[in-house]
Design a binder for this molecule. Structure first.
Ligand code: BTN
Length: 245
C-alpha cells in the first residue's frame, strides 16, 4: 500500500480522483493525497471540513480478492489501522465509535468513508477515504463543528508531523488488511473491540426509519453492531448514527 502516491496541492475530493484513477486501472494500494479539498465529503452526503495543510486528506484504492460481502469490514479494519498509527506516532489513545469514527472523548478526530466501485463483473475496487484532523487549532474548524471536532495537535498539545503519520497509516493499513485477508475477521474484531468507545455502552442508534436505545453488546463477524434493547431483544444494526448516552 502506498507504492504509488498521487500527491496533489488541491482537488475537489480525493475520493473523486481515486475513483477516476481506479477506473483507469490504477493498481491495488494506490494512494491519493491532497493538501486541500474544496468539496471534501463525509458519510451520508455530509460536508467534510478539509482545511489546507492541516490534516491528512487521503483516499486509497484497494483491489482485494475477496467476495463482495467481505468488503464492508475493510472500513473497520481501516479504523483499527489508523488508531494504531496514531498511537505509534503521537502516543495518544484514540477510540473508535461504530462504525468508524475515531474519537478523543466525544470529539471526532478522524472519519473514514468507504466506497465501492463496481461494474457488471462485480466489485472492481474499494476506495477508502481517510480524513485525519492533525494540526488544526480550535478556531481553524468551521464554527458548527468546533464543539464536536478535535485534532491530534489539540489532544497532544504539540504539532504532529503529517508525513510521518501518513507513512505509519499506510504501513498499518498494509499490516491489518493483510491480516484480514489471510486470517479472516476474527483477530480484527478483537482488536476493534479493544479500541471501541461503543461496546458495553448505552447508546442511541438513529436509523432512517426508527431510533433504538439500548446497550451495544458487540459486533458480529460481519461488522454488524449488536444492540440489546430494554425488552432483552438483540437487534443487528447495519447502518446508523450512534450517540453515546
Ligand atoms: C465521515 O466521517 O463522515 C467520513 C469522512 C471522510 C473524509 C475523507 S478526507 C479524504 C477523503 N476525501 C473525501 O472527500 N472524503 C474522505
Amino acid at each position: 500500500i502506498g507504492q504509488r502516491i498521487e500527491y496533489l496541492e488541491q482537488c475537489a475530493s480525493t475520493q473523486i480522483v481515486a475513483h477516476q484513477l481506479a477506473q483507469e486501472g490504477a493498481p491495488d494500494g494506490t494512494a491519493v493525497i491532497s493538501e486541500l479539498q474544496t468539496e471534501g465529503r463525509g458519510r451520508l452526503m455530509r460536508k467534510w471540513d478539509s482545511a489546507k495543510g492541516q490534516g491528512i486528506w487521503m483516499s486509497i484504492i484497494l483491489r482485494p480478492e475477496l467476495p463482495p460481502h467481505k468488503s464492508p469490514q475493510f472500513t473497520l479494519v481501516a479504523a483499527v489501522a489508523i488508531v494504531r498509527a496514531i498511537q505509534s506516532v503521537t502516543g495518544l489513545d484514540a477510540s473508535i465509535k461504530w462504525p468508524n469514527d475515531i474519537l478523543f472523548g466525544t470529539k471526532k478526530a478522524t472519519g473514514i468513508l468507504t466506497e465501492l466501485q463496481s461494474d457488471a463483473d462485480g466489485i472492481q475496487a474499494l476506495i477508502i477515504g481517510i480524513g485525519v484532523n492533525v494540526n488544526q487549532e480550535r478556531e481553524d474548524f468551521d464554527a458548527e463543528v468546533q464543539d464536536i471536532a478535535t485534532s491530534l495537535r489539540l489532544e497532544s498539545g504539540q504539532p504532529v508531523n503529517r508525513r510521518k503519520l501518513v507513512q505509519e497509516i499506510l504501513h498499518c493499513l498494509e499490516i491489518y488488511t493483510d491480516m484480514y485477508i489471510e486470517e479472516g475477521f476474527a483477530p480484527l474484531k478483537e482488536l476493534w473491540e479493544g479500541h471501541s468507545a461503543t461496546i458495553g455502552k448505552a447508546v442511541r442508534a438513529r436509523m432512517s426509519r426508527e431510533t433504538l436505545e439500548g446497550i451495544a453488546e458487540g459486533i458480529t463477524e460481519d461488522g454488524v453492531l449488536q444492540l440489546r434493547t430494554a425488552d432483552g431483544k438483540v437487534h443487528g444494526i447495519y447502518s446508523a448514527d450512534i450517540e453515546l448516552k
